[in-house]
Ligand binder design. Sequence first.
Ligand SMILES: [Zn+2]
Length: 178
Amino acid sequence: MTTRIVRLLAVAVVSVSLILVSTACRIGDVSRSLVDTSDNGSLPDEGVTVDSSSAAITRLDPDLLDALRRAVADARSQNIDIRITSGWRSRDFQQSLFADAVGTYGSEDAASRFVASPDKSKHVTGEAVDVGPTDAMDWMSRNGSDYGLCQIFANELWHYELVADDGCPDLLPDASAL
Ligand SMILES: [Zn+2]
């Protein structure tokens, strides 16, 4: 009798453990898919397509992403492949890019001409993309405004933002003008 109770208890303990383990795994999967904290928005040098599942693309402002998808499709029909070399960036990633630029250019003032601080960068809010390669930048400079996609800085031929108003604004000399 005692042996049987022990055996039943053992089975019960194992069953409960298995349920707990499988539940923990499922919770882990769900939280991983909701917030992938390992993806800070960095992309390979050659960039990705607009259909990439990288956070750099999926965390873009939906209206910007929609305009970009339409532009990419039309460019493709003219044999131009637009690659996205940067999109959404985490605040920490933008901070590290800015810190690198301060190291390179010697001061925050000098660095801000080339890299916006996390407080000012439209990449952190998902409202900017960088495109490439050269023929894609050229296509965008001629056609981007048809989709509301505008170059913002004279010294960043690759950087585009969605501008809702009619036409694109005059270029700012560089990001330090923000
Ligand atoms: Zn940019």
